[in-house]
Write a protein that binds this ligand. Sequence first.
Ligand SMILES: [Ca+2]
Length: 308
Amino acid sequence: MATSDSPLNVPNVTLAVARLEPGGGGVSPPSGTDDGTGAEFFEDFEGLTVGDDITNTVFDSGFQVYAADDQASVGTKSARFDNNDGGSQTGIQKNLSSMLGQGDEIWVRLDARWQEGWLFNNNIGWKFMRVHTRPVGQSNAGYVDWYNCGGRRDQGLDSVAWYHRSEPEADYDIRAAGSSRAADQIIPGEWHTYEMYVKFDTEGVDNGGTALIRSWIDGVLLEEVRDIGTMADAAHEVDRVHICTFFNPPTSAPFESFDPVTEQTAASAGAETGSPQAQSMWIDRMMIRTNANPPVNTDSAGNLCIGV
Ligand SMILES: [Ca+2]
């Protein structure tokens, strides 16, 4: 099904991520599937016309996201995200049908495949999954994020493959995980299943609140963040999800890309303004659930999740 990605046709590469060690969380994927019944959002892209820009049809906003049949995790179609060299605006926004608030929960699950030879923007990272919070009816109070990146030097983090960030937390706390076991990797050129869960509160469960962030790859728990808030104010609301949104280029040198083949950074002209190069990625089988219609599966630690 998958074919080589020209012109950046290089062997499969790896981007290391950390997983919880055995005993620290789930170590096997959940069983069963979720057909999307009652889900806030589910799209397998099979009913779409190849080539159509779907940023304002399937989704509510975005840039250069198309129905495609050159890759798919299930069926024959997916959504392809095309990034220009130096581009900073690809990605999509999906609005929720009703606002979430304190105590509510959201799960965002999708299959994703990065083109072989994909380069991440170093230093600031790349916004893989985001959930947006705001004061009621106003513009912005920050996002809860899953970033993929090569590092974040302004935070003293090198060779960091992914991290979670909670902007609503006043200190912009960052949870980072460095390279780990070879088996625990994001692999460009292959489809894998990624999921993020957020429970919304002003304090984490370890600090007297109920806020939690969890993430999974292929149904295996990567991290559980227990000690930071996910809302700045209990009266705020959660209105939308962003997927694979723009790179937010660094504002000062060094302008670098992160090469997952070598896990090294390099000077990159494109990284000064956005994507380090022209490159594409695909998503499929995207689902959003909330506590109004929660998932039916659990991981091996008993955590509710949409699953694989
Ligand atoms: Ca599909």
